[in-house]
Design a protein. Sequence first.
Length: 159
Amino acid sequence: MKEAKLKTLEQTDNVSLYSICFDGNAISEYESFIQRFKDDATLNTDYKNIILALEKIVAVGALERFFRLEGKMNDHVAALSIDSRKLRVYCLRISDQILIVGNGGRKDTRTYEESTELSGYVMDLQEFDKLLTEAQKDGSVTIEKNVITGIEGKVFQLS
């Protein structure tokens, strides 16, 4: 069992960015991604493109055109659609106004399913997406425009 909490990264009128913290970590999945790749010279261009894409999303919203669907038809898993052959960041695009930014890594395989590391990040997001949907159904969490309410202190149990 893994415990997960949502952490607010940024909130504007257009969009709220969240990330997941596992097992009591103060550092979110997205912040972990940043720490791993910010000083990697071989991936510098891809890394900068990811940061620029997220800055644009903060400015205008998590519009569909900024993402490429990655998961299954019934989940919200997507990757930032940047011209990157080497680096991926996976997200849950809940709406144009809510984005949960996850982790990612170097893409050395044709699909994320062929990479143990990348498929692990996607599976965590898929499971979190299910738990978030259940929490909305039971009323413990609500999504209103650009805010997820009820997440302060809420712990999600991932298997």
